[in-house]
Design a protein around this ligand. Structure first.
Ligand SMILES: [Zn+2]
Ligand SMILES: [Zn+2]
Length: 272
């Protein structure tokens, strides 16, 4: 009883507290609203990009389909991997507060800004029905954290856009070592075979456009391993969508992105 009262008390307190900027904590007018400083520091990735991996290609002409050198040399197992924003201090704070600070309301905020790139992915396809598939956590990690942040984002995105959501299509077959500080080949080796399909995945996914959902797209090793597993489901198309993507400075049109400040905690675990 006391616990119920305490929970109710906290809910009332949350209700009474003024909304705060998810980036820096200053008081703002509405829930899930950034202050002007944080909002203007976000770098939206809506410019010209590689047709396969969606890395920004600032010199490409808008509307012209091009692929980056890395994709031409070694095509990734997905068609498009856009993100809402470039990984920077504010994007990082939002992702970390969701993951470690249990600010689950941030999943809705992220979903709101991911809805547009999701719609863009739909336009690029042949009209197959979309199915959102969050990158799964290994069950030990799920038990210790209590939730999978990618599944919360996928669920919020499904509610917002009406797209279908299947959090159990892909499973984590084994826990993976930390990817921090590892080179690309080493990351690929660590995550290879980390994912498996649910036993009845074919019935759920065949002929559909599967969209992997993750919070941060760093090297892409995790997304590639997950997409390779999804390929065996009979899906018509596979793409990936993240909240924030690590984009090298040279590919950014403005210089607001401080690559040197990138903290290793973004891939302290499963982010590849
Ligand atoms: Zn702010
Ligand atoms: Zn590419």
């Amino acid at each position: 009883m006391r616990r119920i009262l305490r929970t109710a008390g906290r809910a009332a307190l949350d209700y009474a507290l003024p909304p705060r900027c998810p980036g820096c904590g200053v008081i703002v007018g509405e829930d899930r609203q950034f202050c002007l400083t944080c909002w203007s520091s976000l770098h939206f990735l809506d410019g010209p990009a590689c047709a396969r991996c969606s890395i920004p290609l600032p010199t490409a002409l808008p509307g012209v389909v091009v692929e980056c050198g890395a994709c031409m040399a070694d095509a990734p197992p997905f068609d498009g991997a856009p993100a809402a924003v470039a990984y920077g201090p504010v994007a990082r704070t939002v992702a970390l507060r969701l993951k470690y600070g249990r600010r689950t309301g941030h999943a809705r905020l992220m979903a709101q800004l991911m809805a547009r790139p999701l719609a863009g992915l739909g336009e690029g396809g042949a009209g197959e029905a979309m199915l959102l598939v969050p990158v799964p956590l290994h069950r030990w990690r799920l038990w210790s954290r209590g939730f999978n942040q990618a599944a919360l984002v996928a669920d919020a995105l499904a509610r917002l856009t009406g797209a279908a959501h299947d959090p159990h299509l892909l499973v984590r077959a084994r826990a993976t070592a930390m990817l921090r500080g590892k080179g690309r080949r080493e990351r690929e080796r660590i995550v290879a075979g980390a994912f498996a399909l649910a036993p009845d995945a074919r019935a759920r996914a065949a002929g559909r456009h599967l969209v992997l959902i993750d919070d941060v797209h760093a090297s892409g090793a995790t997304l590639r391993a997950a997409a390779r597993a999804l390929r065996r489901s009979g899906a018509a198309r596979i793409s990936a969508l993240s909240w924030a993507r690590v984009v090298p400075d040279a590919l950014m049109t403005s210089n607001i992105f401080d690559f040197a400040s990138l903290d290793s905690d973004i891939d302290a675990e499963r982010i590849g």
